[in-house]
Write a protein that binds this ligand. Structure first.
Ligand code: DCP
Ligand code: MG
Length: 359
């Protein structure tokens, strides 16, 4: 018999990340309802401070809606360079404990601390120390989830937000999953949630009533994944230095749109977001893809591959705009727009790589 070793996984996620950075750097914003985003007519909220969330304001909400909900909301333009530098700081704190770090975004990462550099047996203690150090170094709070796989660690990190941590041990996972509403399952998106609700699947408990095969027949290959997570199983390793194959961003409109200018504005801001991601990692792609989900849920994509990687923000945006414009005039309304980039150039080996190779 083989005994499967229980892993110790931590998911760390900064609290109201961009907004907290802005409040830290401008104390007059402390305790106030703050939204980070461009205050344009067509802008969207990147994130909102917890004070703003009390008024119902959240990420991806159009600026106009946020203002209607709470006219005193303070809009702050994002400062990506500052967020990137905080991100570097927290990653170097993670690295004090383990080299098995998988960043998910600037403010979020999975850590495998089964074996950690300080030989601390308790992952709970490691999470506490990491959060303390993050606060000491950056003045910002983080929340953490601790468990034996990525799915549960990620779910756990939402449970004690802000500035808290939560543990799911193997003997507690079934009870945790049973009470979890379907909409809160990470990896089950809004469309699938809708479909599950129609099938009467409202919670983890309901999901657990379905067999592997039945879930497969309803949801295809992903059905197997849903079955596994419903039973607390997720073997995905924490992948350090995971190589990015693509970046993308998308937005679903509150009301379906048909206006070309509105589509262009949305594509411009999505392209901007994707470009920021590329620029962060200094990997630039050659293929730009625009995804369009129509009001009837049908989907179209348009792609264009350039000869050279799109390094300049404007070139990247213009390519995406050309693609979206190619579908106009339209006969159906648009429900969702997305911009993606792939086909990254392979970076030249850097001087340090060459040193390590002994060249
Ligand atoms: N972000 C964004 N657009 C989104 C979602 C997020 O630009 N639709 C940015 C702003 C967030 C950051 O990414 O500050 C991190 O995203 P999170 O989902 O972790 O949200 P927050 O850290 O802001 O809040 P929470 O405390 O809920 O984690
Ligand atoms: Mg966060």
């Amino acid at each position: 018999m083989t005994v499967k070793k229980v892993r110790k996984i931590i998911h760390v996620d900064m609290d109201a990340f961009y907004a907290s950075v802005e409040q830290r750097d401008n104390p007059s914003l402390l305790g106030k309802a703050v939204a980070v985003g461009y205050d344009g007519k067509r802008g969207v909220v990147a994130t909102a401070s917890y004070e703003a969330r009390k008024h119902g304001i959240h990420s991806a909400m159009p600026t106009s809606v946020a203002k209607r909900l709470y006219p005193d909301i303070i809009f702050i333009a994002p400062r990506f360079d500052v967020y990137r530098s905080v991100s570097k700081q927290i990653r170097s704190i993670f690295a004090e404990y383990t080299d098995i770090i998988e960043p998910v975004s600037l403010d979020e990462a999975y850590l495998d601390v089964t074996v950690n550099k300080h030989r601390i047996p308790s992952a709970w203690t490691v999470a506490q120390r990491i959060r303390d150090k993050i606060f000491l170094v950056t003045g910002l709070t983080a929340s953490a989830g601790v468990s034996y796989n990525k799915f549960l660690a990620k779910s756990a990190s939402d449970m004690r937000k802000p500035n808290g941590q939560y543990l799911i041990t193997p003997d507690k996972s079934e009870a945790f999953i049973r009470t979890l509403p379907i909409a809160q399952f990470h990896g089950i998106g809004p469309a699938t949630t809708e479909k599950m609700l129609q099938l009467g699947i409202k919670t983890g408990s309901d999901l657990r009533n379905w067999s592997r095969e039945d879930l497969h027949s309803k949801f295809g290959k992903l059905g197997y994944w849903y079955f596994d997570i419903a039973h607390g199983e997720d073997d995905r390793p924490v992948q350090a230095n995971r190589e990015r194959k693509s970046f993308s961003a998308e937005t679903t409109f509150l009301d379906d749109i048909s206006d070309q200018v509105q589509a262009e504005n949305s594509i411009r801001s999505l392209a901007n977001e994707v470009w920021e991601w590329m620029d962060r990692d200094k990997v630039y792609g050659r293929t730009v893809t625009v995804k369009i989900k129509w009001a009837d849920f049908e989907q179209s994509t348009r792609s264009l591959t350039e000869k050279v990687p799109l390094v300049a923000r404007e070139d990247f945006q213009n390519t995406a705009l050309t693609l979206v414009n190619s579908v106009f005039p339209i006969e159906r309304k648009i429900r969702l727009l997305g911009v993606g980039v792939s086909n990254f150039h392979s970076p030249q080996p850097s001087a340090t790589d060459q040193l390590e190779l002994g060249i």
